[in-house]
Design a protein. Structure first.
Length: 256
């Protein structure tokens, strides 16, 4: 089980120093966790260290990804981007110890136009297949400013409300979001320490190996590297649905 501690100062390239004084925590115990994401690299770039932490603690981990990420403006390798990114997801999942990594084919950049019940039905089905006890997602606002990220989380929450699953949302501290927005003109959102439930110290070794499986997106100088630099070995999580059960099978989302 990954252990938490106080996060110390994180320095990078002589730029802004970000401090997170929040107390440390542990990942919650569980036998199976399902990550629900929008793009093939989200489960690695955003959630990879947390997924590896669950696997290291003995949990089974799986990923549901809603799009092939075909609208990305990054194209670090040659080839048909949807096919390239599907292969990258499979390789990264193997590196993280994630099985299965299920990829469906909704339109990248237009996920919010899909009926949320249709998306949620995929979550319900895979959660039942793998026996998930909880879901791992981007925070409710999507963290990065990408509407697809927020939509994937809304679908996960709809499924969780039917199945009675706990939901952990990945976020970043407000100071980290501000630094990224200032340096990259990004649209990250974040939370103050008092609004973050778990501050966990994690080993990023397996995450970084999985990142290397995404050469089309993990290009030098991208925001990803600066975010990891600012966060160090710390990840921040919020309970979007706390552990409890209230199944209501009669309202199970159905695909249209």
């Amino acid at each position: 089980m990954a252990a938490g501690r106080h996060a110390g100062p994180i320095r990078g390239g002589g730029r802004r120093v970000v401090r997170d004084p929040a107390p440390g925590d542990h990942l919650p115990l569980g036998r199976s966790v399902l990550a629900v994401v929008a793009h093939p690299d989200d489960g690695c770039f955003g959630l990879g260290a947390v997924l590896a932490g669950f696997v290291d603690a003995g949990a089974a981990a799986s990923v549901l990804c809603f799009t092939h990420g075909e609208s990305s403006t990054l194209h670090g390798v040659q080839g048909d981007l949807p096919s390239v990114r599907a292969a990258e997801l499979a390789d990264a999942a193997q590196m993280l110890g994630v099985e299965p990594a299920r990829l469906v084919d909704y339109p990248d950049g237009a996920l919010s136009e899909v009926d949320v019940n249709d998306l949620a039905a995929h979550v319900v089905d895979l959660a039942a297949e793998v026996g998930a006890e909880g879901l791992l997602v981007f925070d409710i606002d999507g963290v990065t400013g990408h509407l697809d990220h927020a939509t994937a989380t809304l679908a996960a929450l709809a499924a969780a409300d039917v199945c009675g699953l706990a939901v952990l949302g990945w976020t970043v501290p407000k100071a980290v979001a501000a630094a990224l927005n200032d340096e990259y003109r990004a649209a990250f959102t974040g939370h103050q320490p008092g609004d973050i439930d778990l501050v966990v110290t994690l080993d990023r070794t397996r995450q970084l190996a999985a990142v290397a499986c995404h050469p089309s997106q993990a290009i030098p100088g991208s925001l990803l590297w600066r975010r990891l630099d600012l966060l160090g070995d710390i990840e921040n999580l919020r309970w979007l649905r706390r552990p409890h059960r209230y199944p209501n099978q009669s309202s199970t989302p159905r695909r249209t």
